[in-house]
Design a protein around this ligand. Sequence first.
Ligand code: SF4
Length: 355
Amino acid sequence: MNLFIEGYEGGFRLARVSLDGDIVLLGDDGYATRLGSVKSPERLSTGDILTIDKRGRGYRLYSNEEHDATVFMTGNCNSNCIMCPTSDRERQMDSGLPDARLLAYIDMLPADVSHVVVTGGEPTLRPRLFLKVMRKLTDRFPHIETLLLTNGRSLSVSSFFDKLIAYCPPYLCAAIPLHGDTPELHDRITRAPGSFEQTDRGIRNLLAAGIAVEIRIVVTRLNQAALSGIADLIIRYYPTVHTVNFIGLETRGNCAKNFKEVYIGHREAFEAMKGAIDALIEAGINTSIYNFPLCAVDTGYWGICRKSISPEKIRFPAACDACAAKEECGGFFSTTLSMTKPQVKPILARKEAGA
Ligand code: SF4
């Protein structure tokens, strides 16, 4: 919750923040409320977009300070990955906005949005709405990248894929996880029989249509020995992918529940990734590392580490205060830090790190 409106009696609505004078919230239906009735307005900026529920609780959908827009389609997913950071309950709830509200939200976004992410759950599970969203994003933001976070399975269905091609924004990039170098391993991790075959077909369809594909490899105890095999598979069958990202775990949801089976520490994970990263880079494939603290990664790879954890989730152990690289470091997920109590190695000077 980002704010609370005392004495609120209206129903559910979308609202845009305006800190001009003492009016703070303007609804999509003309509703306005004043500063005195809002608790915690200091967390808001002009241009933020929120949902207000019938009890007056406000949740921020868009931050005007970040200029990155997230379009959340649904909490539902047709896979149930063993290390997914969402819980079974979250995945079973259809927590997306109703169709008309979601489309109205896209209309409310400012013209200077710099990046759009379409996500879920699995965002294609509301197929008609998904295609309408794609068309609207194409109309409103034809010149910026739209990142689609999907397991790629729906994109194996040619009737659906053809419609996506007809509607999709020109700078679409589909980010798709690949969990194993064999159907057995991939399907064991997604816990969805047949998912490897569908994801493979989805990736091939995208590449054949000239749409950018980012492959995400979430590194777990279950696939640490298969990372080189996954890199070989990408080099052999998907050599034109836009990028490959190795992703560290967020220990909440299924990942926390199946902790013993899936969790791998950052340093051990990096050791397992190194050969696969080298092979991909040697093959000319753009490769990055997400969700890893710098001291778990050899300095020669710092240039491909991204500060990928969203600001509200980043935490650092107290020992990091002495680290010369804290500004550049991506830190830890709050949940991972509290569950794993990782040992960090503060960098005392850039020279020590060899950077
Ligand atoms: S000591 Fe902390 S801030 Fe420094 S690299 Fe490690 S995790 Fe990052």
